[in-house]
Design a protein around this ligand. Structure first.
Ligand code: NCD
Length: 308
């Protein structure tokens, strides 16, 4: 696979063959980790994690992935405890992190497009772990990996992506990665003010079939996967607009039980009010497995980028 030394900025940086190879490698690593707990592929290698927006799963799963591969992780720490708080630019901070010689840098920050700029000044490969509302390519990897594991295929699946499609970076990256496969249909399910951004549909145009709706009940029986997302409160310039849209979509077990067929339910997490805890006990609830899958597929990705 040709991923060695490569930056990962967009979900469209991957080919279908690379994605499938990563899924197969993730399966192998899952078995090896179950047997030996800590492997030794990455002995002597270093990962730098730099998270300038809140994160639980992404930071921890990259950290666990690197340590499970036998490598070490240096975390930049909370922004407030660094020279960023004294006004240092992101580029300068990252130039320094890069200067210490990590083998890979995992970066989350709030400015769309900035991961690409940082990658240009860094010698180490940079993995975009979220650049504002723009993209979150490794989330897409674990999302599609989960679909592949649960349904045994990605070709021909119908996926409903619901929630804050406008401000979310997971709906865009998921759409891009699904567009690498054949015969995928996407339903974008959201109230009008939260519908998918035009640039996303432009980029998948002709490669997936897609439609928009605001009514989950009209399309749910068509879906193989329902992917729920949180209203991205931190990206609302006007708090009143957030309050207006709060609660405008929500899934619970009673609602789901009304339908003939319940799709598998996914969510990038964290959830707030849009996905009720009553769903957790349904066999279709896959979001916690989905998060754990992230560790294995990120381990596969890091292993390939390091060429080990
Ligand atoms: C997502 C993110 O950060 O974009 N979380 C994650 O990485 N699992 C989704 C979200 O914050 O809503």
């Amino acid at each position: 696979m040709g991923l060695k030394g490569r930056d990962v900025i967009s979900a469209l940086d991957f080919s279908r063959a690379e994605v499938e190879e990563l899924f197969r490698l993730a399966e192998r690593l899952r078995e090896e980790i179950a047997e030996r707990r800590i492997l030794d592929y990455a002995r002597g290698r270093l990962m730098a994690t730099v998270f300038m927006e809140p994160s639980t799963r992404t930071r921890l799963s990259f950290t666990y992935a690197m340590i499970r591969l036998g490598g070490a992780v240096v975390d930049f720490g909370p922004e407030a405890a660094t020279s960023r708080a004294k006004g240092e630019s992101l580029e300068d901070s990252l130039r320094m992190v890069d200067g210490y010689g990590p083998d890979v840098i995992v970066l989350r920050q709030g400015t769309p497009g900035m991961a690409e700029k940082v990658a240009e000044v860094c010698e180490a490969p940079v993995i975009n772990a979220g650049d504002g509302w723009n993209e979150h390519p490794t989330q897409a990897l674990l999302d599609v990996y989960t679909i592949w594991r649960e349904l045994g295929r990605v070709d021909g699946v119908t996926v409903g992506i619901m929630g804050d499609l406008k401000h979310g970076r997971t709906p865009s990256s998921l759409s891009y990665m699904l567009s690498l496969f054949d015969g995928v249909k996407i339903w974008y399910i959201a109230p009008d003010p939260l519908q998918i951004r035009p640039e996303v549909v432009e980029r998948v145009e002709g490669r997936v079939e897609y439609s928009k709706t605001s009514k989950l009940e009209d399309v749910i029986e068509e879906l193989d996967v329902l992917y729920v997302t949180r209203l991205q409160k931190e990206r609302f310039p006007d708090p009143e607009e957030y309050e207006r849209l709060k609660g405008s979509y929500r899934v619970d077990a009673d609602f789901l039980r009304k339908f003939r067929k319940i799709p598998i339910i996914m969510h990038p997490l964290p959830r707030v009010w849009e996905l009720d805890e009553s769903v957790d006990s349904l066999p279709q609830a896959k979001y916690f497995e989905q998060a754990v899958n992230g560790m294995y597929v990120r381990a596969a990705l890091v292993k390939e980028i390091l060429g080990i």
